[in-house]
Design a protein around this ligand. Sequence first.
Ligand SMILES: Nc1ncnc2c1ncn2[C@@H]1O[C@H](COP(=O)(O)OP(=O)(O)OP(=O)(O)O)[C@@H](O)[C@H]1O
Ligand SMILES: [Mg+2]
Length: 240
Amino acid sequence: MLRLRDVSAGYGAAPMVQEIDLAVETGECVALLGPNGAGKSTLMAAITGTIACRAGEFVFDGSDLGRLRSHEIVRCGVALVPEGRLVFAPFSIEDNLRLGAVRLRGGHGALAERFEFVYRLFPRLAERRTQAAGTLSGGEQQMLAIGRALMSAPRLLLLDEPFLGLAPLVAAEIRRALERLREAGVTLLIVEQKLDVALPMASRAYVLIKGRIALHDSTARIARREDLAHLYFALAAGQA
Ligand SMILES: Nc1ncnc2c1ncn2[C@@H]1O[C@H](COP(=O)(O)OP(=O)(O)OP(=O)(O)O)[C@@H](O)[C@H]1O
Ligand SMILES: [Mg+2]
């Protein structure tokens, strides 16, 4: 579904991520792991076209995303739940969700169907639809950020550290929602720092260290590695 080949991207002269080969197949849940500053969010920005400085092959369902602008990439069916949620604090839940649908085709019928889909996935949002996003709890804001991305009817959802700062019970609620999304046919690429959070959810994982893919394997094989925690930290420290 998504295939990156020899991708590099960054903000200035020197690329922040380099020689990235990464694939996500339809229906999969893939994890992108890596420590602070590895370039995970930069790679998400490159896929979604929000940074201009990018090179290599970005192919999604046969379309070359490398030539498209970010709003066109959303139209192709790729949506990002950004790091830090970035909900619009003074706006209501309903208005935040509506903003996610600006690129949705299909008129009122499609919009109503999307609202129903998101409210069924997160009943807590339905109960609070007129509440200002800034007054929501962290977990509810994360639900809203995911809901907003879903309003564009994506087939591939990218989530940048969706569990960060959430209590275990809320994180579990969001994890269950992501599982339901996958059952509904949405393909997932989840950015995460913690191995124990990401590995049970995904079928394969890429480990990004200092802007490069240092390791790629099935999560079952990665989880069986007894040296995993050691390897992860050693890679991050540049010793492996
Ligand atoms: N807008 C920007 N301009 C210049 N450099 C940036 C910008 N955003 C990020 N960087 C740099 O790019 C590098 C990678 O950052 P990035 O946010 O992609 O890492 P990350 O893996 O997402 O880390 P974290 O887990 O902390 O979110 C960092 O050195 C960071 O300082
Ligand atoms: Mg990040």
